[in-house]
Design a protein around this ligand. Structure first.
Ligand code: CTP
Length: 407
């Protein structure tokens, strides 16, 4: 489940010591489900062998102007240039940056750059003095002006022994720049405080037993991850799930509906966007037992009395001031009617309806089939999509509603 799933990414490698780090970048892109093709300059092959990149990308690597994989043909660059969703050059040496700023086409990589139809990301890595040189800075400015995303190098110890700007940034930063290239203009929640809940809640019966549900938390985590990528300040209140915390997200772990309510209640006024994707339990055992309930204590079977939990979304709807409030509805029948009723009753701006009975939808799955219902009465049906893609569409709609919410 990743935003780069199925995206076609060209990775250009030039001759710098940081080229070995690009092997990890390629591995990460493949892990995220991207299709990757690697193009190397002749100098790059002196640092890392093409075989390494071929193995990691599961594809032939282009190192020369007449690659064998293209049957020695001469139009491969046109094909690859049209094929890709984005290209990253990492590391980008001073020499290659100068060439692409000028429009040279003297090797496979520079030729391909001229034939690109997709956004370009450039990650310079070199010695600090070379990086600071006015020629270098002017070349980078030229690339930026033409729309390239330049990922600034990090400060630190350099291969030369000097300290300064010049280090290739970490893999996460490079991936974030590629995501930005694939979905441009997407830092549209810069600085906006966003509160997301995700996962199930567990309601205690006794110290070893609980009532829970099958929510995996994937939808909520995908929303938190996408909000963070758009620049939001994201707090994720997570029920008991085993998912890694998305980059740039502050996570608060809770177990029960009551704990989730407390965690949300103290944070909700500061949030501008609240997405309640958690599958909060509607009922909890009224009187959890202090010790483990023994079988002998209930020879006729056990009756549990359940009390209602606080409806967090309804609570948020009551006190909403200038916020965009998003809720979910899980319905097995009368979906539309129930979703519209929830929208109204809980004063939400969007209710996302999903039916777990539909193929490819629901808990645990990496995909979902949902319909969005809006407070103005409109609705939007989304087909079968990966959860990160659904997260992106939900946040697109939230961004659209934000100015109205404030007014
Ligand atoms: N929700 C909540 N607090 C609860 C229960 C649910 O905030 N105690 C939120 C969920 O996070 C979700 C929405 O309410 O965004 C819908 O939850 P759901 O259980 O489907 O709806 P209910 O209002 O509980 O209605 P019903 O049980 O009749 O379906």
């Amino acid at each position: 489940m990743n935003i780069l799933e199925g995206k076609r990414i060209l990775v250009g490698v030039t001759g710098g010591i940081a080229a070995y780090k690009t092997a990890f970048l390629v591995r990460e892109l493949v892990r995220r489900g991207a299709e990757v093709r690697v193009v190397m300059t002749p100098a790059a092959t002196r640092f890392v062998g093409p075989t390494t990149f071929a193995a990691l990308s599961h594809s032939d690597v282009v190192t020369g102007m007449f690659p064998a994989s293209a049957g020695g043909g001469s139009t491969w660059h046109i094909t690859l240039g049209a094929w890709a969703d984005a290209m990253i050059i990492a590391p980008a040496t001073a020499n290659t940056i100068a060439k692409i700023a000028t429009g040279f086409a003297d090797n496979a990589l520079t030729t391909l750059v001229l034939a690109l139809r997709c956004p370009l990301v450039v990650a310079p890595a070199m010695d600090a003095d070379m990086y600071r040189h006015p020629a270098m800075q002017e070349n980078l400015e030229t690339l930026r002006r033409r729309g390239a995303i330049v990922v600034p190098p990090e400060e630190g110890e350099l291969a030369s022994g000097l300290t300064g700007p010049g280090r290739l940034p970490d893999i996460e930063t490079l991936c974030a720049a590629i995501e930005e290239a694939v979905y441009p203009g997407s830092r549209d929640l810069e600085g906006v405080p966003v509160l997301v809940t995700a996962g199930p809640t567990f309601e205690r019966i006794d110290p070893v037993r609980f009532i829970g549900n099958h929510s995996s938390g994937k939808m909520g985590f995908a929303i938190a991850a996408d909000a963070a990528r758009r620049g939001a300040r994201v707090t994720l209140v997570a029920g008991p799930v085993h998912l890694p915390t998305p980059r740039g997200v502050t996570r608060v772990d809770v177990t029960s509906a009551a704990e989730m309510f407390d965690a949300v209640a103290v944070r909700c006024d500061a949030a501008r966007v609240i997405v309640m994707s958690a599958a909060v339990a509607d009922f909890r055992p009224e009187q959890p037992a202090a010790g483990k309930i023994k079988k002998e204590s209930a020879p006729e079977g056990l009756t549990l009395r359940l009390a209602l939990t606080t409806d967090i979304l309804a609570y948020l709807g009551e006190r909403k001031r200038g916020q965009v409030l998003v809720g979910f509805a899980l319905e097995t029948e009368d979906g539309e009617e129930n979703a519209r009723r929830k929208l109204e009753r809980k004063h939400a701006d969007i209710i996302i309806l999903n039916n777990p009975a539909v193929e490819g939808a629901g808990f645990g799955s990496d995909t979902n089939v949902v319909t969005l219902y809006f407070a103005d009465g409109s609705s939007e049906e989304l087909g079968l999509l990966p959860k990160p893609e659904i997260a992106r569409i939900i946040l697109d709609r939230v961004v659209h509603l934000l100015p109205q919410a404030l007014a």
